[in-house]
Design a protein around this ligand. Structure first.
Ligand code: FPP
Length: 246
């Protein structure tokens, strides 16, 4: 029986973020090229995105390519970019059918023009969808994002557009890549690694962390339900005591 029946649909995490890890090890364990791991990882992306839309999770953010990933072998980077383009082309209909809005965070200027163009196209086509916002973190690094934010705010201070005492959480939020991305409720990382790897450092301040040993290409909707169930059995105190929550 599916774990879905055990999930409290009224208490879903509003924003799930996932560090999709383990494509390379999955391929290696089968004697396959790393790229085949990424291709199978893309199938998992489809299953997880469709499942989130189905159960009504409102925000899903996927770490698809970090600023550090540019240091991988040139061929692997090229194939990942090609996979991204083909997935976008292939899945735009799925996004429309499921009322999913595509969004991105990261230094998009560093992406190949053809990837940026395809992304812009799908973002435009899906901009009015409102069931689920799917955000792809591409050429993304949280420290770079925070540096960009600090630079922009400093410039506004210098030009007397904002005074330092008025800098608060919302001012910071308004200068991040995506002003509308809410705090993360549940952060999942697959493949047994237990690291944050420069992902959404600002937004995960109070996220519940879930580490799965499963390699990303093997991760499926039941594993997602397991993570959500685990999340629903935690007490989120946000600094308060248990008694205060009652
Ligand atoms: C981590 O596995 C995965 C990536 C760096 C890329 C993620 C890309 C995908 C899941 C496929 C396409 C994505 C979309 C959005 C269509 P790894 O290569 O670091 O694995 P390893 O740690 O085992 O080497």
């Amino acid at each position: 029986m599916s774990l879905l029946s055990e999930i409290n649909i009224d208490q879903l995490p509003n924003h799930i973020a996932i560090i999709m890890d383990g494509n390379g090890r999955w391929a290696k364990s089968k004697g396959l090229l790393r790229n085949i791991g990424h291709q199978n990882g893309a199938k998992t992306v489809k299953e997880v995105v469709e499942t989130c839309a189905k159960i009504n999770v409102k925000y899903l953010t996927l770490y698809a390519f970090s600023t550090e990933n540019w240091n991988r072998p040139k061929l692997e980077v090229e194939l990942l970019m090609k996979l991204l383009i083909s997935s976008l082309k292939k899945e735009v209909e799925t996004l429309q059918k499921n009322n999913i809005k595509l969004s991105t965070i990261g230094n998009l200027n560093s992406l190949p023009t053809i990837v940026a163009k395809e992304l812009k196209d799908v973002i435009e086509k899906t901009k009015d969808n409102n069931r689920l916002t799917l955000t792809l973190a591409l050429s993304y690094g949280s420290r770079e994002e925070l540096i960009k934010t600090i630079k922009e705010i400093s410039l506004k201070v210098k030009n007397n557009l904002i005074s330092p005492e008025n800098i608060d959480k919302s001012v910071i939020n308004n200068h991040l890549y995506d002003h509308y991305l809410p705090d993360v409720d549940l952060l999942i990382r697959t493949s047994g690694e237990q690291r944050i790897s420069n992902f959404l450092l600002w937004e995960i301040a109070y996220a519940e962390l879930f580490f799965s040993d499963i390699l990303w290409p093997d991760f499926n909707k039941e594993n997602l339900f397991e993570a959500i169930l685990n999340y629903q059995n935690r007490e989120r105190r946000f600094g308060k005591t248990s008694d205060q929550l009652k």
